[in-house]
Design a protein around this ligand. Sequence first.
Ligand code: SAM
Length: 228
Amino acid sequence: MNATDDKTIVKNYFNSTGFDRWRRIYGDGEVNKVQLDIRNGHQQTVDTVLSWLKADRNLAEISICDAGCGVGSLSIPLAADNAKVYASDISDKMVQEAKDRALETLGQAENPTFAVQDLEALSGSYHTVICLDVLIHYPQEKADEMISHLSSLAQSRVILSFAPKTFALSILKKIGSFFPGPSKATRAYLHREADVVKILEKNGFSVERQSMTRTRFYFSRILEATRK
Ligand code: SAM
């Protein structure tokens, strides 16, 4: 399977069964135990990124590109803290859900702005470019291209999260308990941290802050890289 196929499959998935599944996980309604674990893990990742950005005390002065924004879990709180947020996602269903949630939470539709777009088609220039839990859908070579493109849009900083390729996770994935349930409809790719760091460095960035979210079924390595 080549990377173009991966993209079409991912897009179709997040416009159908994946949309229903992830909208529930990224919500507050009733879910099963595994989904609850993933919901909590993902929230920890979002909270870590929010705490980094807030610690800098300049949110109201910066522009943020949230690439692969999903239902707006990160974009909406960032906009609530007065950052200028440009959110986009390849799935129009996700974007519609994010717009609805933003309007409901923030009471306005100006910020964030939302667009249906493949992250590799994004243009413009942003203080900070963020891409959380998207790379898992793509093999390393494709992820490298995506990271390079996202880096080219970032004036100062890139924040990425990905499922790290560690021995333990590789085993979990092999026995099929990694991302259990209907999400098996898409492949989950693990990425070697050294490969991600290498491609960030090649694009002129160096890792500043890092964190790891680990629950039973959710694993996400978070890297913040700033322009050297
Ligand atoms: N970043 C969000 C978050 O952490 O709440 C959503 C994470 S969700 C697991 C992955 C999202 O990436 C989905 O909404 C999916 O539609 C989007 N996505 C996948 N491939 C993409 C691409 N090539 N360009 C833009 N969005 C993409």
